[in-house]
Design a protein around this ligand. Structure first.
Ligand SMILES: *[C@@H]1O[C@H](CO)[C@@H](O)[C@H](O)[C@H]1NC(C)=O
Ligand SMILES: *[C@@H]1O[C@H](CO)[C@@H](O)[C@H](O)[C@H]1NC(C)=O
Ligand SMILES: *[C@@H]1O[C@H](CO)[C@@H](O)[C@H](O)[C@H]1NC(C)=O
Ligand SMILES: *[C@@H]1O[C@H](CO)[C@@H](O)[C@H](O)[C@H]1NC(C)=O
Length: 301
């Protein structure tokens, strides 16, 4: 049992699930977000715990120590959906740690692997995190874009989202779009195929590359490290009209989806974030692609 949480509120996930469900329902029937109904440990299960706050919202804590980190995944996979999750990152000296949220299919051959990544690269106390994003299609990534966040992501929860539909992939922070990858497959641009994707989250040690290019290592005297997740929401959409599921066949989004208006994506907000907070964009890296030329999606319209 983890010592860092009020002990009465700590629930080892599997055995306590039923008891917790009853307790939570009795306490606050409507407001409870039972995260453990929607996600399950994937690795390092003994480093994963759930606890319910005074507001009745359940938080999942991932732990990283010298032995190993931990990771979870959504119980269900979706073909086209908007995924939202609130995340509070490792506080203080997080150098060497990486906290992730990503969409991935169940095991497929490596050459078919698609993935949509948000990876938060830790830093020494007082220095900023970097948000590292990538998109893999058919086993090939190399589509990195990095951002400097405009807030301290370890101070409070913020909402990170990926909307994946037949038209485009959009990443959001607190409802503001930060990155769009369009389906331009008619121009030969690779786009993730028709697989169901799960949302995964993890906390692990990557001090060979994460912080200041790998120069700063994880300070294990600061361990254990914790990252917190809560309020996982999925809004599925269907390419063609099907009962009970919002259509994602056009640019109109479900009304609850922030960042989209009647005209579709809030392009002005996207431009502003990118002008002010983009650190690296592979599409601008002429030097890296000088031999083979920029990838198709960088030059397609
Ligand atoms: C981070 O540092 C502050 C100030 O020293 C301290 O109060 C807090 O407990 C630390 N948080 C963690 C997770 O170590
Ligand atoms: C991408 O768009 C093309 C039409 O341009 C469509 O045929 C294809 O199904 C779309 N991809 C996905 C994954 O929906
Ligand atoms: C860490 O802080 C340094 C110095 O401010 C900065 O150059 C670097 O981009 C930050 N982020 C990471 C992940 O190293
Ligand atoms: C690691 O953390 C300890 C405890 O806070 C500190 O005394 C030490 O200077 C840190 N080491 C490095 C390399 O920053």
């Amino acid at each position: 049992m983890a010592a860092w949480l009020p002990s009465s509120r700590v629930h080892p996930m599997v055995p306590a699930a039923a008891a917790l469900l009853l307790t939570a329902m009795a306490a606050a029937p409507a407001a409870v977000a039972l995260l453990h109904d929607d996600v399950e440990p994937m690795w390092g299960a003994d480093h994963i715990s759930f606890h319910t706050g005074p507001d009745g919202v359940e938080t999942l804590a991932l732990r990283l120590d010298k032995d190993h980190g931990s990771g979870f995944r959504s119980r269900r996979a979706y073909r086209f959906a908007r995924y939202d999750i609130d995340l509070k990152l490792v506080a203080n000296d997080s150098a060497g740690t990486v906290t992730t949220v990503y969409l991935t299919p169940d095991l497929v051959p490596p050459e078919d692997h698609d993935e949509i990544d948000l990876e938060f690269l830790g830093n020494v106390s007082g220095e900023p995190y970097t948000l590292h994003t990538n998109i893999f299609v058919n086993g090939v990534g190399n589509r990195e874009q990095q951002f400097r966040l405009w807030f301290d992501p370890s101070e409070d929860f913020h909402t990170y989202s990926v909307d994946w539909n037949p038209k485009r992939i959009t990443m959001f922070i607190d409802g503001t779009p930060i990155r769009v990858y369009k389906n331009e497959s008619s121009s030969g641009v690779p786009f993730p195929t028709l697989r169901h994707l799960r949302l995964d989250g993890s906390l692990w040690n990557a001090d060979d590359w994460a912080t200041q290019g790998g120069r700063v290592k994880t300070n294990w005297t600061q361990a254990p490290f914790h990252a917190y997740y809560r309020n996982f929401r999925v809004t599925p959409c269907a390419p063609a009209s099907s009962p009970g599921v919002a259509s994602c066949g056009d640019d109109e989004r479900p009304p609850a989806s922030a960042g989209f208006g009647k005209q579709g994506l809030d392009a002005a907000a996207l431009r502003r974030v990118r002008a002010e907070h983009l650190l690296y964009d592979y599409c601008e890296d002429q030097n890296r692609f000088k031999d083979e030329g920029l990838p198709k999606e960088c030059t397609a319209n």
